[in-house]
Design a protein around this ligand. Structure first.
Ligand SMILES: NC(=O)c1ccc[n+]([C@@H]2O[C@H](COP(=O)([O-])OP(=O)(O)OC[C@H]3O[C@@H](n4cnc5c(N)ncnc54)[C@H](OP(=O)(O)O)[C@@H]3O)[C@@H](O)[C@H]2O)c1
Length: 271
């Protein structure tokens, strides 16, 4: 029993203590020009973070820095197309020359639109994966070595509750987020004991330009500001997964256990 005790303790508390102050100091956010990323930048600025804001639309990022209104903090803005691996490499190198990044929030993403299996376009699906999946993991490649060398850091990706299970008309989007979930789950094991926190952010419906395009019912939709608060608190608590709103995310978690034969019957009228 005595020999078993420490093992249980290790399983419950697998991470070494980390300097919390340090973790949330320099924060890089992709997809910061709009929606969740924009709101999260505002929220983290209030919490004292220095921000490295990335997206393609520079004017939106500059507007964000103006709105943050902290002339004493040197927040940085970088144009970056996350579908371009070379561009990610160049921007990452430029940032690393000037600062050490403590937290990566890889949030840039696009929705797939209504998927039609009779009119599939693999090129379009590849482009979606290039942004939603490779556009996140390429940053992990660039920043992880430095974080491991320092023995601390947070790597977070914005996934989706849609990544839990195949959703109707959503094969490309759901699968891109499922790939991200599995990648992070593996990474979390590989980076255990390195001092790096690996976090998956799984939102339900959040009111942003992305969801403004949807014409279907989106239950329990919350504002981007509320989502940002939940995400910031989750990051500060070093959660492995930040899922919300609970009214939708808990049923979605339970639904992962429903047998496929029942799941397809439940979903068939939502096509
Ligand atoms: N809203 C929701 O209900 C919801 C739910 C679950 C998950 N999510 C996820 O949350 C993340 C943010 O979505 P959102 O709702 O905030 O959408 P949004 O308002 O449309 O913002 C998307 C962000 O991604 C950036 N982006 C898109 N393509 C890019 C590219 N090729 N290179 C660089 N940046 C790119 C956009 O910036 P530029 O256009 O300026 O480049 C923008 O800042 C996405 O990963 C999305 O899948 C959203």
């Amino acid at each position: 029993m005595l020999a078993f005790g420490p093992r249980i303790w290790y399983i419950i508390h697998p991470f070494p203590a980390i300097d919390q102050e340090r973790l949330m100091k320099n924060v890089l956010i992709t997809g910061a020009s709009s929606g969740i990323g924009y709101a999260l930048a505002l929220e983290l600025a209030v919490r004292g973070c220095r921000l490295f804001l990335l997206a393609r639309r520079k004017e939106q990022l500059e507007m964000l820095v103006k709105e943050i209104d902290q002339p004493s903090v040197d927040h940085q803005v970088h144009i970056c197309d996350v579908s371009d691996l070379l561009h990610i490499r160049k921007v990452s190198a430029k940032i690393q020359q000037t600062a050490h990044i403590d937290t990566l929030i890889l949030n840039a993403g696009v929705a797939g639109g209504g998927f039609d299996p009779l009119n599939m376009e693999t090129e379009k699906i590849a482009r979606l994966f290039q942004i939603n999946f490779f556009g996140s993991i390429a940053f992990i490649q660039e920043f992880i070595p430095q974080m491991v060398a320092n023995g601390s850091g947070i790597v977070a990706v914005t996934s989706s509750l849609a990544g839990y299970r195949g959703m109707p008309k959503s094969a490309p989007y759901s699968s891109s987020k499922a790939a991200l979930n599995t990648f992070m789950s593996s990474l979390r094991i590989d980076l255990l004991d390195t001092g790096i926190q690996v976090t998956v952010i799984s939102p339900g419906f959040v009111k942003t330009p992305l969801t403004d395009k949807n014409d279907f019912y989106m239950p329990f939709m919350i504002s981007a500001q509320k989502a940002a608060k939940i995400i910031a608190e989750g990051l500060e608590s070093r959660k492995n997964e930040i899922h919300f709103p609970k009214r939708l995310s808990w049923p979605a978690k339970i639904a992962r256990w429903i047998p496929e034969i029942i799941w397809i019957r439940l979903m068939k009228d939502r096509r």
